[in-house]
Write a protein that binds this ligand. Structure first.
Ligand code: ZN
Length: 485
């Protein structure tokens, strides 16, 4: 025992001296002067979303465990608390504001204090004020909660048109990904935001050919994905076609055009990790995490050329879905390779079901026809055998999905089973996940801490069990950002 204590003291003294020798008398932050900062935010990306993606990759090589992603190879890996000022389980507006400005705010508030009286300025706005170039990139609409927290100040995240106006006024250099959700306002009676952006100097790129040829001379630039869904978001990676850009392509182009001697700040959001997780869609989650990681790969390429001046942070605004690895029925067994049998996102599959219902009179809808669709997109009942209980669950979901009369479920039971999603589509992806050993506890967010991964100059500041507000505060400190009054 005494020997152990003595060894402990010796090690402690040694560690202190070693630290002193490493950093001299200056605190570590003084040696770190990043000029290029990347902040990647996986919306809804908890530790499990990352671990599931690694486990699926490993299963492709018939291995147990995880195939390491770019982000998990970072030297500093820590956790951040995410709660909002007025709610433990946060939302993307409050969490985005915390990650952008370093101040906790209330649910649904964008870039303002919790009383919604005073604007909070983001590290992006402060970087711009310092003379750096700024890029904001997302897979969802560019006026969505997370990106808008970096350039807008609104009491409610749903004020999309007003947020869009503030995007144009921000004078940031590069916006990329989704478009404006309501370019002419909710009632379609306001001046078009794209036209306003052009008038104020933005070049708008929404086709492949001009995208390939743009340079830093084209700034300020807005890259709007050529393929957008109803919510002005990019397609899920699992559904993506050749006409679409990918997140990583938009990030790669962003690095190219923003690179300049005064430095840049770039925020990149994997926005549909959250949407997939809300739908408890494991296959779509894996596709979105992989694409975000590919984008991180481009930041790492840049880092390798400027290692002393680059800092890359990867984190999440909150966890979504209560995703976990391990499920009640499968107990200790997992089979992550099953996830790869999924061929369409929840959105795409529900679209197919809707089309089937539309073209088929109610008295002619057939369980077997729907099961053939389930087999084609999830492998269930085809390559993957179903047991009697699973078939029964699918039959009940079919009844709930197809019947004109409301199936007599209690409100809570309906929420637990299907929420607002199509019952057959929900049951197909739940059965696939459960057979793989993957569980979900909610259709909403959870309050568990999220991963923080840091690499580059100043990385040590992000170590520990930290708060989400510490992240922008540390970035502001490292970049010596001016305050905006
Ligand atoms: Zn969400």
């Amino acid at each position: 025992m005494i020997y152990k204590i003595k060894t402990g003291i010796v090690l402690l003294v040694f560690a202190t001296v070693f630290q002193y020798l490493s950093y001299g008398s200056e605190p570590p932050v003084k040696n770190a002067n990043p000029k290029y900062v990347f902040l990647f935010i996986g919306d809804g990306m908890g530790v499990s979303h990352v671990a599931l993606t690694e486990a699926v990759l490993a299963s492709r090589e018939s291995k147990t465990g995880g195939r390491q992603l770019n982000m998990t190879g970072f030297p500093v890996v820590s956790l951040a608390m995410t709660h909002a000022k007025n709610r433990f389980v946060t939302g993307s507006a409050a969490a985005g504001t915390a990650l952008a400005s370093g101040t906790k705010t209330s649910i649904n508030t964008i870039g303002m204090d919790s009383a919604r009286l005073r604007p909070l300025y983001s590290i992006a706005a402060r970087a711009k004020a310092k003379g750096m170039k700024v890029g904001i990139i997302t897979t969802v609409s560019i006026d969505h909660a997370t990106p808008s927290a970096f350039y807008a100040h609104q009491p409610d995240r749903n004020m999309y048109y007003e947020i869009g106006e503030q995007l144009i006024k921000s004078r940031f250099d590069y916006f990329g990904g989704g478009g404006f959700k309501y370019p002419k306002g909710k009632k379609r009676n306001q001046p078009d935001l794209y036209e306003q952006a052009k008038t104020s100097g933005f070049q708008i790129i929404s086709a492949k050919q001009p995208f390939d040829t743009v340079t830093s001379r084209s700034l300020p630039l807005m890259v709007v994905n050529p393929v957008l869904s109803d919510d002005a978001d990019m397609p899920y990676q699992i559904d993506i076609t050749n006409e679409s850009f990918s997140l990583s392509q938009i990030v790669k182009k962003g690095i190219e055009v923003l690179n300049n001697p005064a430095g840049f700040f770039m925020m990149v959001e994997g926005g549909k990790i959250d949407w997939a997780a809300h739908a408890n869609d494991a296959g779509a989650v894996v596709g979105e995490v992989l694409e975000l990681d590919k984008a991180i790969g481009h930041a790492l390429e840049f880092y390798s050329k400027h290692p002393d001046e680059t800092l890359i942070i990867v984190t999440a605004d909150h966890e979504t879905g209560g995703l976990t690895l391990g499920y009640a029925v499968t107990k200790y067994e997992t089979n992550f390779a099953l996830i790869d049998h999924q061929k369409a996102s929840h959105d795409a599959f529900e679209g197919k079901l809707k089309a089937y219902k539309k073209r088929t009179p109610v008295h002619q809808v057939q369980f077997d026809s729907v099961m053939r669709m389930v087999a084609a997109d999830f492998g269930l009942g085809a390559e993957i055998k179903l047991n009697d209980w699973e078939k029964e669950q699918l039959r009940e979901a079919f009844m709930a999905s197809m019947s004109k009369e409301k199936v007599s479920l209690m409100k809570e039971e309906n929420t637990m089973l299907y929420d607002n999603y199509d019952p057959v589509a929900v049951m197909a992806r739940k059965i696939l996940a459960h057979k793989a050993g993957v569980g979900w506890t909610t259709w909403a967010h959870t309050g568990i801490p999220v991963p923080v991964m840091a690499k580059g100059t100043g990385q040590q500041l992000f170590d520990g069990w930290i708060d989400n507000t510490d992240i922008p505060r540390n970035i502001a400190l490292l970049l010596d950002l001016p305050e905006i009054k």
